[in-house]
Design a protein. Structure first.
Ligand code: HEM
Ligand code: HEM
Length: 214
């Protein structure tokens, strides 16, 4: 720890000497020992990218439902049930991911990352996990208060709730609002990730990027 802070102090002295520190703190290329060298585990990396990409597809699918199969057309039921089935599979994968996360510590933040950014990242990740849970749950619970229930890849799962339009509308509204919040959080997340990859280059991006076997 002491070695780290000494390295950081030396680094900022160097920046000050170069006359850059006061004008605009330059955080490019921090010294090696202020970088994140530890990586996420292989399972965490696989789950992050598999679920992340699938979620982007499922969100786009959700927003395009009315264009792909407009309401009151014969195609509607099949397309909605495909969205529900994929959503349930994704929900199960998300439970696996959460269980993995709760039993495996993520790599520590690089010491060059300011405390407020660490707090923001922690909050952002928590909010992303919350959206990952609320999306499939609100869809599934809502569907059980409509007369249609769910056809899981053709297998009829009879609704366990009575058809209650107000309850359905509540969960449907939650599904919709959370989807927009999720999109905003993902946009912020990707921008922060790109900043780590291209500007600060502090090892955060590479810690979750799949590495070719050496
Ligand atoms: C739907 C899409 C995505 C979701 C829901 C998502 C979610 C998450 C979550 C929850 C974490 C925290 C992992 C943990 O420590 O528990 C994480 C880490 C990370 N993600 Fe994503 N992610 C998505 C897409 C992306 C994309 C497209 C990129 C790159 C452009 C990216 C880059 C990263 C990076 C660099 C980290 C490591 C951050 C750190 O340890 O501080 N993610 N992601
Ligand atoms: C991670 C999983 C899921 C994601 C990311 C997701 C995403 C979305 C999005 C973005 C929409 C469009 C929102 C709108 O314009 O109102 C939508 C609509 C919908 N979703 Fe999901 N969904 C997921 C899981 C589920 C599940 C598991 C179900 C049911 C079992 C479901 C049922 C529905 C229904 C019925 C609609 C259409 C609502 C309407 O009639 O306008 N979704 N979903």
């Amino acid at each position: 720890m002491q070695v780290r802070s000494r390295a950081l102090r030396a680094w900022s002295d160097e920046q000050a000497l170069a006359g850059r520190a006061r004008a605009a703190p330059d955080t490019t290329n921090p010294p090696l020992d202020a970088m994140r060298t530890e990586r996420y585990g292989r399972v965490a990396i696989a789950l992050h990218w598999l679920i992340g990409l699938a979620l982007l597809g499922q969100i786009a699918f959700g927003f395009l439902l009315d264009d792909i199969a407009p309401r009151n057309t014969p195609a509607r039921a099949g397309v909605i049930n495909l969205h529900k089935s994929l959503g349930i599979v994704l929900g199960l994968l998300i439970v696996v991911r959460l269980a993995w996360r709760l039993t495996h510590r993520p790599p520590a933040w690089p010491s060059s990352m300011p405390a407020w950014q660490q707090r923001a990242a922690r909050l952002g990740h928590l909010a992303l996990y919350a959206c990952m849970l609320v999306m499939p749950l609100s869809g599934y619970i809502g569907s059980n208060f409509s007369k249609y229930g769910v056809k899981l890849f053709g297998l009829t799962l009879h609704p366990w709730g009575p058809p209650l339009p107000s309850v359905y509308a509540f969960f449907n509204g939650l599904h919709d609002v959370t989807a927009w919040l999720f999109v905003a959080l993902i946009a912020g997340h990707v921008m922060a990730a790109l900043k780590h990859a291209l500007v600060t280059r502090d090892g955060v991006f590479s810690s979750i990027w799949p590495k070719a076997p050496s």
